[in-house]
Design a protein around this ligand. Structure first.
Ligand code: BES
Ligand code: MN
Ligand code: ZN
Length: 492
């Protein structure tokens, strides 16, 4: 379901809407522009503020009943002290979008005072994120019990070209977010490597991109023994997917975004505990982020060349599966000793990172739900950021910050390499528990050769196991925003 966003002049008095959302910062007062809202609510707004029932705190909401006509309901949403106004607006808008779905009003008008183009974009993104819902695999309730999903929003802001730019950007990026979240939510028996390949083919067809899909046979020809070892235990054909967006200057080096696409990670022979194993359908959120970002970048028509790369398979135990002690050879010739078949993401990405080099990228950013250790180090708040080029690391951190997907750097020091030295091969695929996020990234670094590279460990940030208020249990949309902001930064 796509949300249609429009802007209109903020004439609160003449407004006709089932729901008026009013976003306010801390310690709100009844300003002149809010008097019209107070009139609609028969003075309830002034009373709520006067009695301090509503104080504009972060995530605070208050419902006021509106008129028979005009604004029929009013929802106040707080922004808190709003040190970062864009982020606060996005968050308040997400809460409003979610609340609109709960009410079943179908459409709303949104007011938050004066809004810049960036503000409008943040509001649009918040509303799209908040009203996003996954209902495909549930039988719909009988019509009389159905609540209309939010489909139409009017953002009340001086209806300028800037506001319309904001709306267009939000719609484009929101579409990317929603695609990534939908793919994440789809179960492993539906969202298979073939399904991701079909999604990439669909994006390629709609936007005139080139798409290449390598299966098991093609990867054997490329000698991708590392990736293929993970795919040994499944009859599903593994897929290496490359999408090429070429709206940049002809001949200009592309940026490459790379995603881990484990449609399910059972751990393989080093099998995971049963408790919570179902969450491992989300082990393809990096790949979903690549597809979502390609969708958004194409809709934004960014003047930049971008290659989207995905390594997708399913990690399963079987009589044919790879096993601890095996030694495999990646496509750059390096020998890898398998210590733990559950450290499979790095094995898949190794060959994809080697493959990335043939595009002569100016920068490569990979995103992967790579290590449980990232959740221990940074929780669900920040993405782990590491790379072989400090300038690029900073550029990616900045892009993450702008998009509301904060990252935090971890040191990629050679000292940690001791942990992944092998007795029989060039490197081993697990260094055990200490510095697990760093050793995983150091492993990748051995294959990210010949270009500036940054790795995002999104294990803690790509999906949430608890309701976050703005986001229900499931995929968050990370890393779509980081990828898109990075591309936008480079396209400027
Ligand atoms: N997909 C997991 C990492 C993961 C864990 C993502 C929790 C999201 C939440 C990855 O393939 C994995 O299993 N990593 C192992 C590595 C270990 C065996 C060195 C881990 O983190 O335990
Ligand atoms: Mn694993
Ligand atoms: Zn995994």
């Amino acid at each position: 379901m796509t949300l249609s966003l429009t802007t209109a002049a903020p004439d609160l008095g003449g407004l006709e809407t089932p729901l008026l959302v009013v976003v306010l910062a801390s310690a709100p007062t009844l300003t002149d522009e809010l008097r019209a809202v107070d009139t609609i609510t028969d003075g309830a707004l002034a009373r709520a503020l006067g009695r301090r029932d509503f104080r504009g705190g972060r995530d605070e909401t208050l419902h006021l009943s509106g008129g028979e006509s005009g604004a029929q309901r009013v929802l106040l949403v707080g922004m808190g002290p709003a040190a970062d106004r864009t982020a606060a607006l996005r968050r308040a808008s997400a809460i409003a979008g979610r609340q609109a779905n709960r009410l079943g009003v179908g459409r709303l008008a949104f007011f938050a005072g004066a809004l810049s183009a960036e503000d409008v974009e943040a509001v649009g993104l918040g509303l799209i994120a908040g009203s996003w819902d996954f209902k495909e695999l549930k039988t719909p309730p009988p019509a009389e019990e159905e609540r209309a999903p939010l489909t139409e929003v009017t953002i009340l802001a001086a209806d300028t070209a800037a506001a319309q730019r904001g709306v267009r950007a939000a719609s484009a990026i929101g579409e990317g977010h929603s695609l990534a979240r939908r793919l994440g939510m789809l179960p492993g028996n539906v969202c298979t490597p073939e399904y991701l390949a079909d999604t990439a083919r669909d994006i390629a067809r709609r936007f005139g991109m080139k798409v290449t899909v390598l299966g098991r046979a093609e990867m054997q020809q490329e000698k991708m023994g590392s990736f293929l070892s993970v795919a040994q235990g499944t009859s599903q054909d593994p897929k290496l997917i490359a999408l090429e967006y070429t709206k940049g200057p002809a001949g200009a080096q592309p940026i490459a975004i790379v995603g881990k696409g484990l449609c399910f990670d059972s751990g393989g022979i080093s099998i995971k505990p049963a408790q919570g194993m179902e969450w491992m359908k989300f082990d393809m959120c990096g790949a979903a982020g690549v597809l979502g970002a390609m969708e958004a970048i194409a809709r934004l028509e960014l003047p930049i060349n971008v290659v989207g790369l995905i390594g997708s398979t399913t990690n399963m135990p079987s009589g044919e599966a790879f096993k601890p002690g095996d030694v495999v050879q990646a496509s750059n010739g390096k020998y890898i000793e398998i210590i733990n078949t559950d450290a499979e993401g790095r094995l898949v990405l190794a060959d994809v990172l080697v493959y990335a080099k043939r595009f002569s990228p100016s920068a490569v950013i990979d995103a992967a739900t790579l290590t449980g250790a990232a959740v221990i180090a940074l929780g669900h708040t920040a993405t782990g950021v590491m790379g072989n080029d400090d300038t690029l690391v900073q550029e990616v951190l900045d892009a993450g910050k702008r998009s509301g997907e904060p990252g935090w750097p971890l040191p990629l020091w050679d000292d940690y390499k001791e942990l992944i030295k092998s007795d029989v091969a060039d490197i081993k695929n697990s260094g055990g528990r200490p510095a697990g996020t760093i050793t995983a990234a150091l492993f990748l670094k051995e294959f990210a050769e010949g270009y500036p590279w940054v790795h995002l460990d999104i294990a803690g940030t790509a999906y949430t196991e608890t309701d976050l208020g703005t986001v229900p249990r499931g995929p968050t949309g990370v890393p779509v925003g980081t990828f898109v902001e990075f591309a936008r930064g480079r396209a400027r």
